[in-house]
Design a protein around this ligand. Structure first.
Ligand code: KE4
Length: 430
């Protein structure tokens, strides 16, 4: 692959942008080498500045579930921009968007639009604290909820002590209010609650994790957390920024039949435009300003262009349930092909998969929490990543990221991906 223009751009970018990128994972730090700069995308393909074509399995980290440059979404944006870009005033489209989300996600009775997943999760825990009058939150190691201070917390030394800042700039005081537990470990959650009686406002998790690689909840885990939160007056928050509108029309809460108290959303909700949202039980959401005292605001929240894109995307998903059948089939075909190759090459790596989300972990251990995920050979993953990139397959540049399929993938794309996968696995083990 000739990637000289991307290399040149990356060199230039580092003079004016920290690390040369506007979001760290894009810099290829954990896989080595220089990032390819994407110039355009269409359907299942992205094209870099050197006009290399890649079949992509990231889809902008989730949003492009219908493939890139979907004509309906594009048309909606084109007609919206004729009426100017932003008013900072209420609009009809925001009402229609809220009503659509409420109709698609049973656990959501009221919803507030924001501009990113991070804003959604930050607001959700603030509302939970305002609603319960309590300060602490529980999160799980390996789950990512955006870059809000309360979430950039590593596990504390003991199982029941406070977290520690996971980034400079996050204060000890903030870390004191975040408790962490291993994913899929109900007992550790109970221990945290027993050790912090009456102080825990919320528990937040990715119902299916994408941010330590794809990790599924063990049977009974989500249900167990529902009971624990109900029994202890803790606001149960599903962070569905990744899984929302992906694992089902109603996201993970529909797929697993669990009703959390709040749900945070992002990615697909904006159809590729910057949109986040949080919503859930009326009595909690009614605490949000200006109806209630919990303050949250945003100049571009409910932006008319973003609403046009998001509303069109969600309406399509709402009216075409066959999208989810297709994504299930594509995921099954791809993952069974991966498993066939691993077997043929006598490699025992772990694949976690659900619907249109999957991860190939370069470890022979089962991966049910972050400790397991960290047994992966990330150097080998880096080699695999570049071997696939050189064969025209664009993966997430980190072992600790889920991949996302789109409806634009055809059987011939799957064949090409499986061929590249097998060749890459052989190459990196030579
Ligand atoms: P944003 O602020 O990036 O829109 O959303 C934060 C967020 C919240 N919750 C979950 C479950 C998420 O996955 C994310 C963001 N996901 C990352 C992918 N690991 C976005 C990619 C990036 O950071 O550049």
């Amino acid at each position: 692959m000739q990637i000289s223009r991307s290399e040149e751009l990356f060199k230039r970018a580092k003079n004016s942008i920290p690390g040369g990128v506007n979001s760290p994972v894009r810099a290829f730090k954990s896989v080595g080498g220089n990032p390819v700069f994407i110039k355009k995308a269409k359907g299942a393909y992205v094209f870099d500045e050197d006009d290399n074509q890649y079949i992509e399995l990231i889809n902008s980290w989730g949003p492009m579930i219908l493939g890139h440059a979907n004509p309906k979404v594009e048309e909606a944006v084109r007609s919206a921009i004729k009426n100017s870009f932003s008013f900072g005033a209420p609009t009809r489209r925001e009402v229609e968007m809220a009503e659509l989300i409420v109709s698609m996600v049973p656990a959501i009775e009221k919803v507030r639009m924001v501009n990113s997943g991070t804003e959604a999760t930050m607001a959700a825990i603030r509302v939970a604290r305002g609603f319960t009058g309590k300060d602490k939150i529980i999160k799980f190691e390996g789950c990512y909820h955006g870059h809000g201070d309360s979430f950039l917390i590593a596990a504390g030394s003991g199982a029941v002590t406070m977290g520690v800042p996971d980034s400079p700039g996050v204060t000890k005081n903030v870390a004191n209010d975040t408790l962490t537990a291993p994913y899929n470990d109900l007992e550790s959650v109970q221990r945290l609650i027993d050790a912090n009686k009456g102080q825990i406002a919320a528990l937040i998790l990715e119902p299916v994790v994408g941010n330590m690689g794809c990790v599924l909840p063990k049977p009974g885990f989500l249900e167990g957390l529902r009971k624990i939160c109900t029994d202890n007056n803790i606001v149960y928050i599903f962070d569905e920024v990744m899984t929302g509108f992906r694992l089902a029309k109603g996201g993970a809460s529909e797929r697993f039949g669990i009703t959390p108290d709040l749900i945070t959303l992002g990615k697909i909700i904006g159809g590729g435009m910057p949109v986040g949202a949080y919503g859930g039980r009326k009595e909690i959401m009614n605490c949000v300003s200006p109806q209630g005292p919990v303050y949250q605001a945003g100049t571009l929240s409910g932006n008319p262009i973003a609403m046009a894109a998001g509303f069109t995307m969600l309406s399509y998903l709402n009216e075409h349930p066959e999208v989810y059948t297709k994504l299930e089939k594509t995921g099954d075909k791809l993952v069974s092909g991966f498993k066939k190759s691993l077997k043929k090459l006598n490699l025992k790596y772990t694949i976690n998969h659900i619907g249109s989300m999957y991860s190939l972990f370069f470890t022979e251990n089962q991966v049910t929490d972050f400790e397991d995920a960290k047994t992966s050979n990330t150097a080998l993953f880096g080699k695999y990543f570049h071997a696939m990139l050189n064969k025209g397959i664009y993966l997430a540049p980190s072992q600790y990221e889920s991949l996302f399929l789109s409806t634009a993938l055809t059987d011939s794309h799957i064949k090409t991906i499986l061929q590249a996968n097998e060749e890459s696995l052989i190459e990196i083990h030579q």
